[in-house]
Design a protein around this ligand. Structure first.
Ligand code: LLP
Length: 421
């Protein structure tokens, strides 16, 4: 996270004055430190380069996507994961090479499969047995696939963002024979070519144990079942720091540890080391972003609580309500110590519309002040809604003190554009 106060006591991000930005372009606005995003991508590259393995890095666009974000991923030599026709369309419109796009999802629709095939994507990550027949039916030439397996491993993370446990809706269970069946079906298909195996055990994972254990389970199964692959994709899910006390995944230590472990397991099993792939989303963009709000009503219930309400809410910040996620906040236009404990509330008609339950802010906070909620770069814009007909925020990339708009604020007109009059 790269926010700091300048000598005039104004909060900056990537050397850009956030007060001026809020005044010029309005709020709520999500602002990204572009250099931070690039640095994260470079850190992953460097960590893998040191390991003397074949690797492919991919950005999980569900964390945050738009045309400029896709272009940035391209410039930083990342492939792209998409999970819907909309994410794929965004990537194609950004001019991204379709061969470097991978299509995920537990229920790809016929339209999505047909569109992805027409675009000429690199590979599908197959997530269900009946999907194999569907892809085969629509394909007219050979198409690479990875099979997403369910290893039956629990990542230590919030229940809603765990995906590797046995009863998860994702992947084909190794233990229950579905993964094996998937491999056979792909082998017997006319057009599908088994390029590799994929797993993703969950999100916000701080440690390497889960991934190492899972890789071991998967590789053992591959060896004993006599399945050869070119690529092993170990998913994303690397943790970020939301608040003090959180630890973000240590890329420089963690990646070598995982890779070394996989190399060792392959050696031990006498199994050829496949190309390794990861697909981080959150750890690329979360800490790069902040959301700027303007303070409106302040309501103090004596001896009970002080509510500081802002001009956005769960429409652009759903993670607190959904996962009880924690965030830090900073006053943008003055550098004063935060001695008051307040609740930062949104403006939507819902009691659960809270951004931060116990935020520290200076007692001087008043209507018209600007706040920056930190680490909002992942799963904020991408999970935004129009509940209460609230417009989606604008998004900016800042770099070297300059701001460029990457997504315009949604207009009122856009809110009714599909309504039939
Ligand atoms: N690969 C697969 C197959 C995934 O399902 C995901 C995330 C990723 C990669 C990227 O994971 P990341 O590196 O971003 O943790 N809305 C939730 C997160 C849902 C994640 C879904 N899958 C949140 O706001 O925490």
């Amino acid at each position: 996270m790269t926010v700091s106060y300048n000598q005039n006591g104004v909060l900056t991000l990537g050397n850009t004055n956030l007060k001026t930005l809020a005044q010029s372009f309005g709020t709520p606005t999500i602002v990204y430190d572009e250099m931070y995003i690039r640095q994260q991508m470079r850190r992953y590259h460097q960590a893998f380069q040191k390991m003397d393995v074949n690797f492919v890095l991919s950005y999980a666009s569900k964390a945050f996507t738009c045309i400029q974000m896709v272009k940035l991923a391209d410039e930083e030599n990342f492939d792209l994961d998409v999970v819907s026709i909309g994410e794929l369309y965004t990537a194609i419109e950004a001019g991204f090479d379709p061969k470097r796009i991978h299509f995920h999802g537990n229920n790809k629709t016929k339209d999505e499969i047909q569109y992805a095939l027409k675009c000429g994507i690199g590979y599908f990550v197959v997530d269900a047995l009946d999907e194999i027949a569907l892809i085969d039916q629509y394909a007219t030439e050979s198409i690479d696939v990875l099979i997403r397996v369910n290893p039956g491993v629990e990542a230590h993370t919030h229940e809603f963002i765990q995906t590797g446990q046995e009863k998860s809706k994702f992947g084909l269970s190794i233990k229950h024979g579905l993964a094996q069946k998937g491999v056979e079906m792909v082998r017997n298909s006319e057009h599908l070519h088994l390029k590799g195996i994929h797993f993703h055990i969950g999100s916000q994972i701080e440690e390497t144990t889960g991934m190492k254990e899972t890789a071991k389970i998967v590789l053992k199964w591959l060896k004993t079942s006599n399945i050869n692959i070119e690529m092993l994709n170990i998913g994303g899910g690397f943790a970020v720091k939301y608040v003090d006390g959180d630890s973000s995944f240590n890329i420089e230590e963690g990646i070598p540890e995982i890779v070394e472990n996989i190399k060792f397991t392959c050696h031990d099993l006498d199994y050829p080391l496949p190309t390794l792939s990861i697909e981080p989303g959150r750890s690329i963009v979360a800490e790069a972003g902040v959301t700027l709000y303007e303070v409106g009503s302040i309501k103090e219930i004596p001896n009970v609580n002080k509510y500081v309400s802002v001009d956005g809410g769960m429409s652009d910040h759903i993670r607190t309500a959904l996962y009880d996620a924690k965030y830090d906040v900073k006053l943008v236009n003055r550098n004063e110590p935060g001695e008051d404990t307040v609740t930062i509330a949104g403006k939507l008609c819902e009691s659960g519309d809270i951004l931060i339950h116990e935020a520290k802010l200076p007692s001087s906070v008043q209507r018209g002040d600007y706040l920056a909620v930190l680490s909002t770069g992942a799963y904020h814009y991408s999970m935004a809604s129009n509940y209460n007909q609230i417009q989606k925020p604008a998004v900016f990339f800042v770099s070297d003190g300059k701001a460029r708009e990457v997504i315009k604020r949604q207009s009122l007109r856009q809110l009714i554009i599909n309504d039939v009059k």
